[in-house]
Design a protein. Structure first.
Length: 416
């Protein structure tokens, strides 16, 4: 049973869908970062706590004077992130199957636009609603990307069989292969949109309505701690928990950030804590690295910590997980889990009680977490909270490292 579970988890974590999802999210990191900076410029953090005239007056004036330009830039970056993610996902998955990605991209984009762009009535007629082309449509983009590439692959297989039987000339069969799947996908999307239009809904609306119970439960402390527990246990058995657990939740978390930003811009209470920037309060292996450097007398541990320090600052855990190692290391399992429970639990309670802003902006997870926590919330109190939780998370390792030091001393003394 144990071997079967391990094989299943490794199969999922290395599946080409998961790999394509991971690579497509990484590919739009630059766009997300630029969009985050633009949104911060557009939304000065003016409140009773941040109303410093020497900063905010000029900031507010800049945002007002350049509102149109900032809106355009944000619409072309964050507002189309779903489109960019779809393209990246289709390219990655097509390369896995050794397919030409051009036609899947074209048909996928047209289908995505047909099924995700709505209409908003105005005094002068209708205007396009592009909401689901941003982060709110990323989840739909992944589903549609899988369908488009798989359908294209299936079409090519069928046509290859037809070619082998009919012996059609190569110059005639190639255009057929290139256009058939695209034609079916586009016509199919048009037909689906026609029926959806009768009920005045879009495909993303249907998907999100089906996921509503899950989305509601995912904003609870129990869900957050369960997710991080599963992620840590996967790291413990040698599987990248971030890729398998946290990455699969990324579309939901960035959607929560978008909804928080919309509420912020309309002077409403921010509804979601478990948004994208919340993950910057999960310190990964950085507390372990700092605790070893501060308290350990084990030369092997010290060497691993020094090697893992720089990657850990940028939220890469593999160096220490494999080098210490943390995999199947019972001594460090408890503090490895407990440090994250303290940091995420403390951050959740602080945000729930409005001591710190909930996350608004989306930034790459490779950003140093202290900087990411501040930029995603635009709240100086997030820096104070981060430092306090980081100190506590580091101290959790102290008794376990002290025990390891005693084991080293017992080994050294007899030889002396």
């Amino acid at each position: 049973m144990k071997a079967f579970t391990m094989r299943t988890l490794r199969f999922i974590s290395t599946h080409h869908y998961v790999k394509a999802l991971q690579k497509s999210m990484v590919s739009v990191i630059g766009i997300s970062f630029v969009a985050g900076i633009l949104m911060i410029l557009q939304n000065p953090p003016v409140s009773s706590l941040t109303n410093f005239e020497f900063i905010t007056v000029h900031w507010v004036n800049f945002a007002i004077e350049n509102a149109d330009l900032l809106n355009l830039a944000i619409q072309l970056t964050l507002g189309l992130i779903g489109v960019y993610t779809l393209v990246a996902f289709i390219i990655t998955l097509s390369h896995h199957y050794q397919l030409n990605p051009f036609h899947p991209i074209v048909s996928g984009l047209i289908a995505y636009l047909f099924l995700s762009v709505g209409f908003i009535p105005t005094m002068t007629g209708l205007r396009l609603d592009l909401t689901y082309l941003g982060y709110s449509g990323v989840f739909v983009a992944f589903i549609l990307g899988i369908f488009v590439v798989e359908f294209n692959r299936l079409s090519i297989k069928i046509l290859e069989k037809i070619k082998s039987r009919s012996k059609a000339p190569q110059r005639l069969s190639l255009p057929i292969e290139s256009t058939l799947s695209s034609l079916v996908i586009i016509v199919g999307a048009l037909i689906i949109r026609f029926f959806l239009q009768q009920n005045n809904v879009l495909l993303p609306d249907i998907i999100f309505n089906a996921l509503t119970p899950f989305l509601r439960s995912s904003n609870t402390l129990v869900f957050v701690l369960t997710v991080i527990l599963l992620s840590k246990l996967l790291w413990f058995i040698g599987i990248n928990g971030n890729s398998l657990i946290l990455l699969s939740l990324t579309p939901m978390m960035v959607m929560f950030s978008a909804k928080n930003l919309f509420a912020y811009q309309n002077d409403q209470a921010l509804p979601y804590i478990f948004a994208s920037g919340f993950i910057f309060f999960e310190f990964g292996v950085l507390p372990c690295v700092m605790a070893i450097l501060l308290f350990s007398k084990n030369k092997a541990h010290m060497s691993s910590a020094k090697l893992g320090l720089l990657p850990a600052i940028f939220n890469f855990q593999e160096t220490l997980v494999a080098g210490l190692p943390l995999t199947f290391n019972g001594l460090f399992l408890v503090p490895f889990i407990l440090s994250s429970v303290i940091s995420l639990g403390g951050a959740y309670l602080a945000m729930m009680n409005y001591w710190v802003n909930k996350p608004l902006f989306v930034f790459s997870e490779t950003l140093p977490s202290l900087l990411g926590a501040f930029l995603s919330t635009v709240d100086w109190r997030a820096i104070v909270l981060w430092i306090g939780l980081f100190i506590l998370s580091t101290l959790v390792y102290y008794p376990f490292i002290r025990y390891a030091n005693k084991k080293v001393a017992k080994v050294v003394l007899p030889s002396e």
